[in-house]
Write a protein that binds this ligand. Structure first.
Ligand SMILES: *[C@@H]1O[C@H](CO)[C@@H](O)[C@H](O)[C@H]1NC(C)=O
Ligand SMILES: *[C@@H]1O[C@H](CO)[C@@H](O)[C@H](O)[C@H]1NC(C)=O
Ligand SMILES: *[C@@H]1O[C@H](CO)[C@@H](O)[C@H](O)[C@H]1NC(C)=O
Length: 475
């Protein structure tokens, strides 16, 4: 009911003279119909409630388990989502991503091979492993949203509004083109949203969208063509929305980091437990491992040193080189095998501070080793204290050759390892995007569920605070 306060204020103000007449009428009415007054008041109250709370799902007398959790999905014109996917092949910059769009963005399923190698590494019998590309989150998330248990078709009932825009596909298709072209669709979206009646309620503060790319792709500072990305996240409309991306360099005013997708998309909790059991009991032959490529063109990068140290620790470090024509590193089975075979997994920054690899290693029950605290930004999904589930080694120390990674890791006690491994195992369900559809006790409290509840909490607190905001609800 409270949600409509801003509008009520408006009506009361504009209609002040009418109100007086109303009061007079009500007085006369009261005098004439005193015996009926109780009934009338009750009736008015109920009809108000009806208009606000009752949804198609709820029968009288039942409690609404969705109360406060309703989400409305904006029905965007297809140029903001489906058209981008349909024309995927026609953009040179998108072409190598198109094959990953199948299965609602999960990608092609990982099949058994004739040597049963896949079966030994993954739990493939349930068909829950896919070759998922790291940039598919916006497609996956939209599909998950479509299956969200508390959807409403009536936007006035919703606590939050989802904007199914494929921002990552949009920015990527015009890589290297002029800024006008890069910004066009985002500006079009902003205008479209601003003109909808839904925008008025909170000026977009109950709206949210998800991008499958890193935030800095959408935060171009100048209008020079040589600058990176587009300026979607700098548009005034976007500053009022909640924005979610796989990495943020501008946490936490209204942009938040959410997990990169992994290869595992199970349907039930039982499947997750089976997987957790497997990673708990697997024998890990290596102390540590690194899956990645060097960055010779980046002077600051510590990857060269990390690889050098890994190769020097032959017996104890397993290196899967991503800089080879064999493409082993793009093979989910190979990657998961390496991570399952080591206690610690090195996660030095690549082009940006975070890596999809961190999520794959957590999924494999391998303790991540970070070299930059910027890599630790998924506050909604990981424990607050990063020392509980990961190891931190200073990037500078590695760069200057002052630290031996092997030495640091081999000094960590068995008990500490056990305790960190336990934490890592508990994180697994929170960073996966489960297959949509499960309900009841079988449903997994996955990355998606966590994101949606955090967004709802955030919108609700913004709503409570808007009484203190002179700009809202008064025009
Ligand atoms: C693979 O597994 C199947 C079923 O578990 C079995 O019948 C087959 O012999 C196995 N193949 C190899 C090469 O081990
Ligand atoms: C919304 O409306 C569409 C079309 O009328 C219907 O198919 C869908 O089930 C409705 N969804 C909800 C959550 O009521
Ligand atoms: C964003 O919100 C502020 C205050 O809540 C409001 O003044 C502003 O007009 C909003 N921006 C847009 C583009 O609606």
């Amino acid at each position: 009911m409270e949600k409509f306060n801003p509008r009520k204020k408006k009506i009361v103000r504009n209609q002040a003279p009418n109100l007086l007449i109303h009061i007079l009428l009500v007085l006369v009415f009261c005098i004439l119909f005193v015996p009926l007054i109780n009934q009338t008041v009750t009736y008015l109250f109920l009809s108000d409630q009806e208009a606000l709370n009752i949804t198609p799902k709820i029968k009288q007398g039942e409690t609404d388990t969705c109360a406060g959790r309703y989400v409305y999905i904006h029905n965007l014109p297809s140029r903001f989502n489906d058209d981008l996917i349909e024309s995927c092949e026609s953009y040179a910059e998108l072409r190598n991503k198109c094959k990953y769009l199948v299965n609602s963005g999960f990608g092609p399923p990982i099949l058994e091979d004739e040597h049963n190698h896949t079966t030994r590494v993954l739990t493939t019998e349930t068909g829950s492993w896919y070759s998922t590309n790291q940039f598919m989150l916006e497609v996956i998330f939209r599909e998950k949203m479509r299956h969200y248990e508390c959807l409403t078709n009536d936007s006035s009932l919703s606590s939050a509004i989802f904007v199914p825009f494929y921002a990552g596909f949009d920015v990527r298709r015009f890589w290297g083109y002029n800024v006008k072209l890069r910004d066009e669709l985002g500006e079009d979206l902003a205008q479209w949203l601003r003109e909808r009646p839904e925008w008025r309620k909170m000026r977009g503060r109950d709206h949210f969208f998800v991008t499958g790319r890193v935030g800095r792709d959408f935060r171009r500072v100048s209008d020079q063509d040589s600058d990176w990305g587009n300026k979607l996240m700098r548009l005034p409309e976007c500053e009022n929305m909640t924005m979610l991306s796989i990495e943020t360099n501008s946490c936490c005013r209204n942009e938040f980091a959410v997990p990169y997708p992994t290869y595992f998309h199970p349907k039930t909790r039982a499947e997750v437990e089976t997987w957790q059991r497997q990673v708990r009991t697997v024998e890990r032959r290596y102390l540590f491992s690194f899956v990645g490529a060097p960055r010779p063109e980046m002077e600051e990068s510590i990857r060269g040193e990390v690889i050098k140290q890994c190769l020097a620790s032959q017996e104890r470090c397993n290196f899967l080189n991503c800089d080879t024509p064999s493409k082993d590193c793009g093979n989910p089975v190979k990657v998961m095998e390496v991570f399952q075979d080591s206690v610690f997994c090195l996660q030095p920054p690549g082009d940006t501070p975070t890596r999809r690899s961190t999520f794959d290693s957590v999924l494999a029950g391998c303790i991540p080793v970070f070299f930059s605290l910027d890599s630790v930004q998924y506050k909604w999904h990981f424990p607050d204290d990063h020392t509980k589930y990961s190891v931190y080694i200073s990037e500078e120390d590695v760069r200057d050759g002052r630290v031996s990674i092997e030495k640091v890791l081999s000094m960590i006690s068995e008990e500490e390892i056990l305790s960190m491994t336990n934490e890592v195992e508990k994180i697994i369900p929170k960073i996966i995007y489960a297959k949509p559809g499960a309900v009841g006790p079988d449903k997994i409290e996955d990355a998606f569920e966590i994101v949606v509840s955090r967004v709802l909490e955030r919108v609700s607190s913004l709503f409570k605070n808007q009484d203190n905001d002179p700009n809202l609800g008064m025009t």
